[in-house]
Ligand binder design. Structure first.
Ligand SMILES: [Zn+2]
Length: 199
């Protein structure tokens, strides 16, 4: 059972190198991406949506040209283990989700997915065997059309210098950058000199 152009073992190695360890969720995600492609036209440019930030985006980034950085992968955190690949101009595509009913037949996958056992008590070996044997049998497929906001061309509106932090930001965000409007994710503790100038 292959995952796109990889054997199962090859894909597990790719996950280990990219994700830091061979996370079960990324490996299952590989089967999900593979299944989505099987239900898409062979030709076309596809964008992706993941419904969770956990694991699944890495499967998409390993197996498609869609990344968070190039803008073709959008993560919408609604907490469901599901991803969609859709034709980028018309928005029609395939959504693949993990099916809670189908998981019933796979005890290790079930206990991993629903976190029924403490991590230390999980049988990783057995879990990976079940993932390999189940492949995409634990998934459900839907044909979908994505919401219009995903198809809108992003308008380029230009940048300004924020009067408070003196950094550039999109003019459309307002008189101050969003950081200075309160969304900064940290406190600045100390200003350091330009490293190029320091000895
Ligand atoms: Zn600012």
């Amino acid at each position: 059972m292959n995952i796109r152009s990889y054997t199962f073992e090859e894909f597990v190695e790719r996950v280990r190198a990219f994700h830091g360890f061979a996370a079960p969720g990324v490996v299952i995600g590989g089967f999900m991406v593979d299944l989505a492609y099987q239900h898409l036209p062979e030709e076309g440019q596809f964008n992706a949506i993941c419904e969770t930030p956990k694991c699944l985006p890495d499967a998409v980034q390993l197996l498609t040209t869609c990344t968070v950085g190039n803008g073709w992968l959008t993560v919408v955190n609604i907490g469901r283990y599901a991803m969609t690949l859709y034709e980028k101009s018309k928005g029609e595509g395939t959504r693949v989700s993990l099916d809670a009913l189908k998981i019933e037949a796979w005890p290790e996958i079930k206990s991993w997915f629903f976190k029924l056992k403490p991590k230390g008590e999980q049988d990783y070996q057995r879990l990976m065997e079940e993932i390999r044997d189940a492949g995409s049998m634990i998934c459900t497929i839907q044909r979908v059309r994505v919401a219009p906001r995903f198809l809108e061309k992003k308008r380029r509106t230009g940048f300004a210098i924020c009067p408070r932090c003196k950094e550039s930001y999109p003019i459309a965000d307002g008189d101050l950058c969003l950081g200075c409007q309160g969304e900064e994710p940290y406190l600045v503790l100390e200003m350091r000199d330009d490293p190029a100038k320091s000895s």
